[in-house]
Design a protein around this ligand. Structure first.
Ligand code: ZN
Length: 446
């Protein structure tokens, strides 16, 4: 596709997400990778060198997921029926220990292919211990916008030896990777410092992670308060609740994104709100691991900024923004009634709020003139999409990743008519089969 001239997304229902319950029929003009104009129907004829058809479809900001693990993709459908700590000990950590460089790259390819094909254009991604450059190389050539970091673990009786490192060694490696990749691909790739969670990191390591991130102005990304056994273990080890402990090591603040926050008391919610610490809600993973239901309406009311994420392919088992939006917009009715969190709020969490969580709101998250042209065109013609007018209800309660027609990142079409543009899907499928068998053959069962 010729990308030298203007690009026009023609004839869609444009949902800018600058505010709720607002949409218009029209075209979106893209120039030099940015949104140049939004042209309401009847405002005159514009032509462009390249046009993408959005008739019968909604044009939205690309979806933003604030917590995924693309390197876990080769373990998908092989870790069902477990709670968090068993899932980690018996499946996920042995899998990560068995990954070689090609396994990391192929897993990342699979995860990113699914994300882009499902309309997710930006992710905050959690890596593994080794070969993290391969994640960035893959994200670079596939065209996704990604903030990612290699993980840190220096303690844990049940963690494979291959994943346990001396704190200083892992911090030096993270710094080198961050310097190589933060700001690469015209700023599309960024680094985040990613200690795994309180139970797999010593206090000096957590403090070192906080210091490293703040020296460079990088985000901090970790897991917290996902499961009651985890919380009891943190309290046994530290004498504190999880968020109180994280605050003592520097892991709260507006540059910290914590996945989950399922089990929090009012003191911990207050700490998150006062420090502007971000939470990523992962309802699909929380349900599948039986972890619980985070009080997202309560967190939002308390002033905590919340994004959405699918977490890892072995605990979901999909990386679909649609699945997470649908769960977020239905699940909280169990506790707080059906008005607790509606379709517009879920769509905002997956777009403009996600951008704020990641400090990218000046670049992405809404369809606004001058912002990067990260866009998703979602067909509204599927059987579950009709009739009705409200595009948020149709997409959140009726849509699936299969309804995605076109996807652009920074003005580059990465999906056109449902087909990935930057890669050969059949070649990825072949590599996935091969790499998953090779990784499985190296997995040691503890
Ligand atoms: Zn996770």
């Amino acid at each position: 596709m010729d990308m030298n001239g203007d690009l026009l997304i023609r004839g869609g229902t444009v949902v800018p997400m600058e505010r709720d319950r607002h949409w218009l029929e029209g075209d979106v003009l893209i120039r030099d990778g940015r949104i140049a104009d939004i042209l309401p129907l009847g405002s005159g004829t514009v032509t462009a060198e390249t046009e993408l058809d959005a008739r019968g479809a909604a044009v939205l900001p690309g979806f933003i997921q604030c917590h995924v693990h693309v390197i876990q993709s080769l373990l998908r459908h092989q870790a069902d029926g477990l709670t968090l700590l068993d899932w980690l000990q018996h499946r996920t950590l042995p899998y990560e220990a068995a990954l070689d460089g090609d396994g990391v790259a192929t897993a990342a390819e699979l995860g990113i292919a699914e994300l882009l094909a499902g309309g997710t254009t930006t992710v905050l991604d959690f890596g593994t211990t080794h070969h993290h450059d391969r994640v960035f190389e893959t994200a670079d050539h596939m065209g996704i916008r990604m903030i990612s970091g290699r993980t840190h673990m220096d303690i844990g009786d049940t963690t494979p030896d291959a994943l346990i490192e001396d704190a200083d060694t892992s911090l030096a490696d993270a710094e080198a990777i961050g310097i190589r990749w933060h700001g690469a691909a015209d700023g599309r790739l960024r680094y985040a410092v990613a200690p795994r969670f309180a139970l797999s990191c010593s206090r000096p390591l957590l403090e070192g992670c906080a210091g490293l991130a703040r020296n460079h102005g990088w985000l901090l990304h970790s897991h917290a308060a996902e499961n009651t056994d985890e919380i009891a273990a943190v309290r046994a080890a530290t004498g504190l609740s999880t968020i109180e402990y994280l605050e003592t090591v520097g892991l709260t603040g507006n540059d910290v994104v914590l996945a989950h926050g399922v089990h929090l008391d009012s003191t911990q919610v207050q700490i998150l709100a006062e420090t502007h610490t971000r939470i990523c809600h992962c309802p699909g993973a929380n349900l599948k691991l039986g972890s619980g239901i985070a009080d997202i309406p309560g967190l939002r009311t308390s002033g905590v900024l919340v994004g959405l994420g699918a977490d890892g392919p072995p605990c979901n088992n999909r990386l679909s923004a649609f699945h997470e939006m649908s769960l977020a917009a239905t699940l909280h009715g169990l506790r707080s009634g059906p008005t607790a969190l509606g379709a517009w709020e879920a769509l905002a969490m997956a777009t403009r709020d996600g951008a704020r969580v990641l400090h990218l709101a000046d670049q992405v998250g809404t369809i606004t003139r001058g912002k990067a042209a990260d866009l998703v065109v979602v067909s509204l013609e599927g059987w579950s999409m009709i009739p009705g007018e409200d595009p948020a209800s149709r997409i959140v309660h009726g849509g699936t990743a299969a309804d995605v027609r076109h996807v652009l990142v920074g003005g580059h079409p990465v999906v056109v008519d449902g087909r990935l543009q930057m890669v050969d899907p059949e070649a990825i499928r072949e590599r996935v089969i091969e790499a998953s068998l090779a990784t499985r053959s190296r997995m040691i069962q503890p």
